[in-house]
Design a protein around this ligand. Structure first.
Ligand SMILES: Nc1nc2c(ncn2[C@@H]2O[C@H](COP(=O)(O)OP(=O)(O)OP(=O)(O)O)[C@@H](O)[C@H]2O)c(=O)[nH]1
Length: 374
């Protein structure tokens, strides 16, 4: 497998971080949308244990944080979660969320002399439920858990004389340490998965591109950059399958051997390139022009009438003869052209044979002329 260059490794890493961040924002939105269920649960489990004014204060503050955080995440998701621009707001929302859960542990539970294990389980469960939200962005999870732990600790210290609150705090610390360690591990693996996906996508894209380049090369004549014989034959097979009407012009440069003999192959090559550019320049974008062999070329005019086919052939013949096709040496050459117009349902090979015979006729007729196939 091809090794990625260091620069593409760096861009892969940047893309991984971006994607991980964007996925985290999406997951945070989803989790926040279920947070009110957590309030209901706490209110249900804690309504007869937690003083009503503290419960209302907690839900009220959390609701304010929730509205700000949720709207902000919606906005970030809409404008696009760019890590560099939205890192601080996302970390801030994670910390505020954690602080709200910390408040219920430290302040509310500490204030309640009637606390039992049910409320603790619900709150710890809420922290664990949040974990998958941050699978792609561990730093935000750490910030959330840290905020939860600090606020819970502060609340517990306020009620330090309640041994039960200290127990809860100890249990929470152990629980969070466990979750954070576990989360880091999973988070690393999830981000590795994203990196692998992106690398595979990048390699697949490179493969597609190089395949496309190879296909182009395989269909192109290296000297003239026109379509080559193989690609032209494939194209002709395509025409053979339907009944499209079209005209074929076979072009054969006159006395080309003499050019090679007197001026060398390099000049011959330059002349072939000049000839190709000259005829391509005389055709429409929808017309096909290919190098058929040595100094033989072929033009297909889709949907052309007899009149247009003849008019194009005459124009090509005159243009080639009118001026030298290369500057150095300024050689004048001519071309003989055979024109074949497809009869309804005619086999394309038969049409090519007729056009070829027409070129022969043009050569025998004295060259530098156009002959129409019988
Ligand atoms: N420089 C160069 N010459 C080529 C290339 N392909 C074919 N030729 C030459 O083209 C010449 C074709 O010569 P002939 O088939 O005798 O035809 P001609 O000299 O053009 O004579 P007529 O077609 O009868 O007018 C040969 O000398 C080939 O070597 C090429 O890619 N580069």
């Amino acid at each position: 497998m091809q090794q990625l260059s260091p620069s593409s490794d760096a861009s892969l890493e940047a893309a991984t971080q971006e994607l991980a961040f964007a996925q985290c924002v999406q997951a945070m939105r989803r989790t926040l949308s279920t947070t009110p269920l957590g309030w209901l649960l706490i209110a249900w489990v804690g309504h007869d244990r937690i003083p009503a004014h503290l419960l209302e204060l907690w839900i009220g503050s959390f609701a304010a944080v929730w509205v700000i955080g949720f709207l902000r995440l919606q906005w970030i998701a809409r404008v696009g979660a760019k890590r560099a621009q939205h890192l601080h707001p996302v970390m801030g929302i994670a910390m505020l969320d954690g602080a709200c859960w910390g408040a219920v542990v430290g302040v509310l539970m500490g204030a309640s002399p009637m606390l039992d294990g049910w409320l603790g389980a619900v709150i710890c469960g809420a922290a664990a439920i949040n974990a998958p939200t941050y699978l792609t962005f561990f730093a935000a999870y750490r910030a959330q858990v840290l905020a939860l732990w600090v606020i819970a600790l502060l609340g517990t210290l306020v009620h330090w004389n309640q041994p039960l609150a200290m127990d809860v705090m100890l249990g929470l610390t152990l629980f969070l340490l466990l979750i954070v360690g576990y989360m880091r591990n999973i988070s690393d693996r999830v981000v590795d998965g994203i990196r692998l996906q992106l690398r595979n996508a990048e390699l697949a894209e490179k493969l597609r591109n190089s395949l496309h380049v190879k296909e182009q090369e395989a269909a192109t004549d290296a000297l003239t950059l026109l379509m080559n014989r193989r690609a032209f034959d494939d194209l002709l097979d395509g025409y053979a399958r339907d009944q499209r009407g079209f005209a074929v012009l076979m072009l054969d440069i006159d006395h080309f051997k003499a050019v090679n003999d007197h001026h060398g192959h390099a000049v011959g090559d330059a002349l072939l390139r000049g000839f190709a550019a000259c005829i391509r320049g005389q055709l429409r974008g929808s017309d096909v022009c290919a190098r058929y062999g040595g100094e033989e070329f072929v033009v297909v005019l889709p949907g052309a009438s007899n009149v247009r086919a003849l008019e194009v052939a005459e124009r090509l013949c005159q243009t080639v003869a009118a001026a030298p096709l290369i500057d150095e040496p300024a050689l004048h050459i001519t071309v003989s052209i055979g024109v074949g117009i497809r009869h309804p349902s005619e086999c394309v090979r038969r049409l090519m044979a007729r056009a070829d015979a027409a070129v022969y006729a043009a050569k025998h007729g004295g060259r530098n002329q156009v002959c129409v196939a019988e």
